[in-house]
Design a protein around this ligand. Sequence first.
Ligand code: 5GP
Ligand code: MN
Length: 355
Amino acid sequence: MRKLDPTRVMKIDTTTLESGLSQAHDIVLIGHFNPDGDAVGSVTAAWHYLKARGKQAHMILPSPYPESMAFLEPEAEEDHIVICEREPETARRLVAGADLIICLDLNRLARTEYLEEDILASQARKVLIDHHIAAESERFDTVLSTIDVSSTCELLFWIIMAMPDIAGDPARIGLRCAESLYVGMMTDTNNFSNSVFPDTFEMAARLIARGVDKNGLQEKVLSCYSVSRTRLMGHMVKDKMKVLDKYHAAYMTLSNKEKERYHFKPGDSEGFVNLPLAISSVQVSALFTENIDGQYIRVSLRSKGRINVNRFANRFFNGGGHHNAAGGRLYIPLEEVPAYFENALAAWPDEEKFS
Ligand code: 5GP
Ligand code: MN
């Protein structure tokens, strides 16, 4: 097998993180609202890593995550991920009792949805590990954040590799931790199709050499859907996709009625927003999903190449994210979304679009 050159990888200064970890007794790991594979993967990977170091840690996610990722959770009931929407009091108690809080895969505390005030009020040291644009650095004691990685899981992989106990040897990373890291990277890159850097392949190579079953994880996480989900996808493309030639854009809307009709489960719309990008003329794609409580519309945006949807999400959709993948919310009825989207496309300044 080809020998990997250990000098050719991302180097991260983990001195402050290491001293924070070694002093901490009660660590809380928190991911973002509507957790995706990278949020679940980074939180569980950090938990498995800390557990192997003999550290006490708890995981909190603001809302439920896709069922296909349940296998990343530890088995023991007392170690389960606390879902804030189901156990708000437990989540608050854990945050209040922590001496170290690590937020993963979020750039703003508001992305924890319910816990922003509790985290701010806590006396704990606060660490951020993230890969989004414009992290709220001033609200954390230690910030490990870069946009030059595929995912939070990739950043976390290189952080763990730099920790003294792992010392650059992936064989020392526990298998469960390694699997979580792989899943987060795999889902955030859409299985190596976007935001992939040379170090991303380096990470994958090392994890696979470590024993991660790439095909097994793909099957578990990417080929995990129901018949009705696949039919919903067909319905969205055939009946719902609108192509706006003038703006090189396409969009789809998904209502609660449609969700009901197709027995929708969290995670079922994963990947829908990418589908219109397969059309050569489409440069921007949007998916607008009515939230289950009907309080707002979830916005998902994707773009090709130089088009910056992060700023588009900032300006028009109360959100943010990355250059080619962003999201946000709209507080209007679903019927008003098409007109709003067209107006936003028309008003989108070129200097922001190509920034
Ligand atoms: P998705 O479309 O997959 O839900 O999200 C794409 C990207 O946009 C993710 O990196 C996510 O962190 C970011 N994002 C999604 N929703 C929001 C939001 O409401 N606010 C902000 N700031 N970012 C979001
Ligand atoms: Mn991510």
